[in-house]
Design a protein around this ligand. Structure first.
Ligand code: SME
Length: 164
């Protein structure tokens, strides 16, 4: 039996999208909106161990860490475009799913517990303006369902990018 595309999104993703929409609508400002979004993502999905948003610096050369939530801070608060998984996703505009960070030479290590990572670009006016970066403690933690879901979250976050 075939299903309409709208029914292919798992219920928990639809619920989380609605929570993010509501939180963003109620947030007192852009930083609070993005902070609530990362909190909701980490709360709702046990395989999202560390969730952060990097915004592209106005110069366009570096990603700068914005709101994040997780067990510990990262030392990578500024990442040049093209460096690491984060810099690769921002440079290409493609979602990156890394099933085993130890096998990816681009990987910039943040946490000893990380085994896999997903990075989803945030676009505004057709340009990358930032990205959602999520680390997981299991190998193969992320798949195309996560990618499509997080691309929808990324679209919700785009209006909250820092403006000069
Ligand atoms: N692992 C990332 C760096 C950011 S930390 O995961 C928070 C990378 O390879 O770009």
């Amino acid at each position: 039996m075939s299903h309409p595309v709208a029914e292919e999104r798992p219920v928990e993703h639809g619920d989380a999208l609605n929570l993010v929409r509501a939180a963003i609508a109620e947030a007192p400002g852009p930083d609070a909106a993005a902070q609530r979004a990362v909190e909701i993502l980490r709360d709702r999905f046990h395989h999202y161990d560390w969730v952060g948003i990097y915004w592209l610096d106005p110069s366009g050369t570096d990603l700068v860490l914005g709101p994040w939530i997780g067990p510990e801070p990262t030392e990578h608060t500024r990442i040049p475009l093209g460096t690491g998984i984060c810099g690769a996703a921002a440079a290409s505009g493609q979602t990156e799913i890394v099933n085993d960070v130890d096998a990816d030479p681009r990987y910039l290590a943040c946490f000893s517990s990380t085994r896999s990572e997903i990075v989803v670009p945030i676009f505004a006016d057709g340009q990358v303006v930032g990205e959602i970066d999520i680390d997981g403690s299991d190998r193969d933690a992320y798949d195309q369902t996560d990618a499509r879901f997080l691309e929808e979250v990324a679209a919700l976050l785009a209006p909250f990018r820092p403006r000069p």
